[in-house]
Design a protein around this ligand. Structure first.
Ligand SMILES: NC(=O)c1ccc[n+]([C@@H]2O[C@H](COP(=O)([O-])OP(=O)(O)OC[C@H]3O[C@@H](n4cnc5c(N)ncnc54)[C@H](OP(=O)(O)O)[C@@H]3O)[C@@H](O)[C@H]2O)c1
Length: 350
């Protein structure tokens, strides 16, 4: 059943609409001025009102989740957005491509990495390698108008987004060490399925490392970092933690510099000049200042001798790190103003 029949323009299918990322996508597309019609599918929740799974969407839709297969949902659509668990996109992407929608945006990790060895290191052998090169990597704040006309976009991971925005800021600096990015995520980063590490008593007043020395987002981070550095052996290390909050990622990059740099913040600011959702602040950013919006907030600090740099980046993992970035990339692919439908501020305090 369609969620909305009242707008003129783009027809959108959201596959996996019952999950956390699916809910964020629905919130954004149901308010997007260029979207005419939205259908949301769910294998597990078909027939239930969307607002039972995503209560705040009661303000926007009375529709229910559809039970269409991915291929059925994709037929006749201008846009298909996939928010499925890891590995599921690979199983259904061939059928979706054959159904012939205008643009496909996948929010899972399946099609983010073009280098087969990097993909295999993070995720094992690719189940659908022939489809990988159809996809453009959708780091919207960096790729910008390079996404114009894209037909298939792989939206970056949430940790990967925060890490890469920090890395992109310093990508032209002379480095004496591989950057290390210490990052903390909220519990919504793990999706809706209950698990011991997301159980309230284990999480509410706690913090712990996970996937140490090998978080799986490192693959996509390295692929972009190597391109920006022009060095196929360039390295960067992601150091990931779970924190006692629901939404958001706080990342701090640290690197040693080969030459002193007096004002890295000015350099980072120049790297993102004109990018509407990146703000380079004059002080370290706070998580709650980005949560609820599509903003990425950055700040860079030199050591007293100018030979070390730290770059902080905060984002909302479900917006800038998932749904918001995907819609920004979609806007760019469609040739729309990339800010369309994304300017709502987050609540504060939150
Ligand atoms: N969470 C993040 O911060 C984040 C950020 C960037 C990218 N991603 C990626 O986006 C994809 C989706 O992530 P997610 O966090 O949205 O995962 P999720 O909440 O676990 O949702 C994934 C799927 O779980 C299924 N599901 C099964 N039972 C459900 C229930 N009772 N309620 C709701 N959904 C149920 C839904 O599909 P069916 O109903 O069809 O079974 C849904 O599409 C993943 O590939 C993830 O890696 C996540």
């Amino acid at each position: 059943m369609a969620c909305s029949e009242r707008r003129r323009g783009v027809k959108v299918a959201v596959l996996g609409g019952a999950g956390y990322v699916g809910g964020e996508l629905l919130r954004l597309v149901l308010q997007h001025p260029d979207v005419r019609e939205v259908v949301a599918t769910s294998r597990s929740q078909a027939g239930r009102p969307i607002s039972e799974l995503h209560p705040s969407l009661a303000l926007l839709t009375e529709a229910r989740f559809a039970s269409h297969t991915p291929a059925e949902a994709a037929v006749g659509q201008d846009v298909v957005l996939l928010a499925l668990e890891h590995g599921e996109s690979s199983k259904v992407m061939g059928d979706i491509v054959d159904a012939g929608p205008g643009i496909i945006v996948d929010l899972a990790a399946d099609f983010r990495i073009h280098d087969g060895r990097l993909h295999e290191r993070s995720y094992g052998p690719h189940p659908a390698p022939a489809l990988v090169h159809r996809f453009q990597y959708g780091l919207a704040d960096v790729m910008g108008t390079a996404l114009h006309g894209a037909r298939a976009i792989a939206a970056p991971g949430c940790f990967a987004t925060a890490a890469q925005l920090a890395l992109y800021g310093i990508a032209e600096l002379p480095l004496a060490s591989a950057p290390a990015i210490f990052a903390v995520t909220g519990s919504s980063g793990g999706g809706q399925a209950p698990k011991p590490s997301a159980h309230h008593p284990a999480r509410a007043h706690n913090m712990f490392a996970y996937q140490a020395m090998g978080h799986r987002h490192e693959g996509e981070v390295l692929e972009q970092w190597r391109t920006w550095r022009g060095d196929a052996a360039a390295h960067a290390r992601l150091i990931t933690h779970s924190g006692p909050f629901v939404r958001g990622i706080h990342a701090t990059l640290h690197a040693h510099l080969a030459e002193p740099v007096a004002d890295p913040n000015a350099i980072v600011r120049a790297r993102f000049a004109g990018r509407p959702f990146v703000r380079v602040l004059d002080a370290p950013p706070e998580l709650t200042h980005a949560v609820g919006s599509n903003l990425a907030l950055l700040h860079a600090v030199p050591s007293p001798d100018g030979r070390e740099v730290q770059v902080m980046c905060v984002i909302d993992n479900l917006i800038k790190g998932a749904g918001g970035q995907a819609i920004q990339a979609l806007n760019l692919a469609l040739g729309l103003d990339e800010r369309t439908g994304l300017l709502a501020p987050g609540p504060f305090p939150c």
